[in-house]
Design a protein around this ligand. Structure first.
Ligand code: COA
Length: 415
């Protein structure tokens, strides 16, 4: 029995943020019924296409463990089907532009009338306030949530990150809100609205930068490289390159072969507790007792010197050798891994984090499985559904429509 078995999700999501949320719920065993417009479907099905005629990786990798039902909710019978789904399901998840659900006739009041136990979970770009009506995509959320202004190098422009913290990050936040509301419903007997604004999700993940904003009032941020470089701080948390965001200074350093391999780098943390081991490894035993280097406070204004000396050593080793030498000495380091290396990593295949999936239109492809492992609820990653693949099945098995009724709706263009 899977953790969320028996929970029915009316999945009205599209693009990335909402689908990542419902995919997680599907991984945990919920019955996810994805509602898509007939003949069109989720726009991502046909975006960034790599195999002509097949659903894109963009779509397939975000929509595993779901059933696809096509439904035109702007037709009369489409609306009726949606009403029956609202009555039948536990959770409705949507990430339409603000107001779209209301325009469809499904206000929160109407949903509660139909099913007081329904949990309505939404992703929006912004919460209530001046921007609540705006459409938002990933990078806008990264910019509006404080990530971009604090990412990149001090002397360069703001940067967005490759990790989809605005979309997939908000999907994760929403999933937590949904299971919390399901738990609450056990006691209250009632559903509730769950809202995860993308700006809030990104800001939550950028929390340490708001910490630094307030620390600025007490003086310069001494663990930032610019402190040692004698560059004054402005009014807002600056970009800090690859400086560590915590109390143990760290940097990305070149490793052997960096001239030809863009990923031949390691992250290296000068954790105070193992400073003496670091001094031995890099051939600077004299730094253990040297006034300029022996304490973390003494090292802070000299981080450039410290890290360039460590880099002279890392440049003589591959990123994996750095790992092999430092790990037994408890020195925290980590190789910069390329997507190619991750795709080929056997241990990630063994844990089900990287999974090979077979798809009728596109053949075999790799995906990321469930990143959270529950010991009593193993995950089987199932391929994403074709558009409308489960329309008849859902209409008859879940809602009890007859074959003739389904045929009539199809004729009308409602499904
Ligand atoms: N049957 C009939 N109509 C349908 C339908 C269905 N099954 N599914 C969707 N629609 C309609 C909606 O009712 C809406 O119509 P309306 O504008 O006439 O009321 C329309 O399709 C478009 O929906 P919308 O959400 O506005 O899509 P978009 O492509 O214009 O905008 C986003 C895309 C992502 C920008 C927008 O949905 C958004 O801001 N979402 C919230 C934030 C978010 O999740 N962003 C990240 C996405 S990864």
């Amino acid at each position: 029995m899977k953790a969320l078995e028996g929970v029915k999700i009316l999945d009205f999501t599209h693009v990335q943020s909402g689908p990542t949320c419902t995919q997680l719920l599907g991984f945990f065993g919920a019955d996810v019924i994805k509602v898509e417009r007939p003949g069109v479907g989720d726009a991502t099905r046909k975006q960034l296409v790599d195999v002509e005629g097949a659903d894109s990786l963009y779509f397939t990798m975000l929509n595993h463990n779901k059933r696809s039902l096509t439904l035109n909710t702007k037709t009369e019978s489409g609306k009726q089907v949606l009403e029956r789904l609202v009555k039948e399901c536990d959770v409705m998840v949507e990430n339409f532009a603000p107001g779209a659900l209301d325009r469809m006739g499904f206000t929160w009041e109407r949903i509660q009338e139909l099913n007081p136990k329904m949990i309505l979970a939404s992703v929006k770009g912004f919460g209530p306030g001046p921007y609540e009506d705006c459409k938002v995509y990933e990078n806008i959320a990264q910019c509006a949530g404080g990530s971009a202004s604090t990412t990149g190098f001090r002397d360069g422009p703001p940067l967005v990150t490759g990790a989809q913290i605005g979309d997939s990050g908000t999907g994760l936040h929403l999933a937590l809100g949904i299971v919390t509301a399901l738990y609450h419903r056990e006691k209250s007997g009632r559903g509730q609205k769950v809202l995860a604004p993308m700006q809030d999700g990104v800001l939550n993940l950028s929390r340490v930068k708001l910490r630094d904003q307030q620390r600025l009032q007490a003086g310069p941020l001494k663990e930032y490289s610019q402190y040692g470089e004698g560059i004054e701080f402005g009014e807002a948390t600056p970009r800090a390159g690859n400086d560590s965001g915590g109390g143990q200074p760290g940097r990305i350093l070149k490793c052997l072969g960096w001239e030809n391999d863009p990923d031949s780098y390691t992250y290296f943390i000068t954790q105070a507790a193992v400073w003496e081991n670091i001094c031995d490894v890099i051939g600077k035993p004299e730094w253990k007792e040297h006034e300029d280097f022996k304490t973390p406070a003494a090292r802070l204004p000299r981080l450039n010197q410290v890290f360039s000396t460590i880099e002279e050593w890392t440049m003589t080793k591959t990123k994996y050798e750095v790992m092999d030498i430092c790990n037994p000495l408890n020195i925290p380091v980590g190789p910069i891994l390329s997507m190619k290396e991750l795709a080929e990593e056997p241990s990630l295949r063994e844990t089900g984090t990287i999974v090979e999936v077979d798809h009728p239109e596109r053949g075999k492809y790799l995906t990321v499985g469930c990143p959270v492992k529950l010991s009593d609820s193993p995950v089987n990653v199932e391929r994403s559904p074709l558009l409308g693949e489960h329309t008849d099945e859902v209409l008859s098995d879940v809602l009890g429509y007859s074959a003739a009724e389904v045929a009539a709706m199809r004729e009308e263009g409602a499904v």
